[in-house]
Write a new protein. Structure first.
Length: 140
């Protein structure tokens, strides 16, 4: 079996499906399936994904997050993005995938709510209170 066959994927490029959140039942694109297989085979600490607007970067990232949460490799997701508009888009996409992310967590509130898997914030919020965000991440 190849590494790609060992990796549970959404139906589409493979006949196997991802266990856990199904990202609204959407199929992965060919590049997403290949990138997911490569990511899961290597399990890098850092991973840079570069793709054109609308290519499916958010879906790919949520698929990776769902895999890692399902395997208990992580238990918190923090998305850092440039604008409030994108913060809301991320939270909506995550909700459609069955992953609850708080898009309204201000810097004035300390801990992340227990009923969410994480939160979405902006670069500006992190720049204003970097140690707060570090503590939030390190708390789990």
């Amino acid at each position: 079996m190849s590494a790609a066959e060992d990796v549970p994927l959404f139906s589409g490029a493979s006949t196997r499906t991802l266990e856990g959140p199904a990202l609204g039942g959407r199929k992965l694109r060919a590049w997403q399936s290949a990138a997911l297989a490569a990511y899961l085979a290597d399990r890098p600490v850092d991973y840079l994904l570069h793709a054109t607007p609308g290519a499916g970067k958010t879906s790919f990232a949520l698929t990776v997050a769902a895999q890692l949460m399902g395997g208990r490799a992580i238990d918190r997701i923090v998305v850092v993005c440039p604008t409030d508009h994108l913060r809301n888009q991320w939270a909506l996409a995550a909700a459609a995938a069955g992953i609850a992310l708080d898009a309204n967590l201000p810097n004035s509130v300390g801990p992340v709510r227990a009923d969410v898997a994480g939160y979405v914030t902006t670069y500006a919020q992190v720049a204003q209170k970097p140690m707060l965000h570090r503590r939030r991440v390190e708390a789990r």
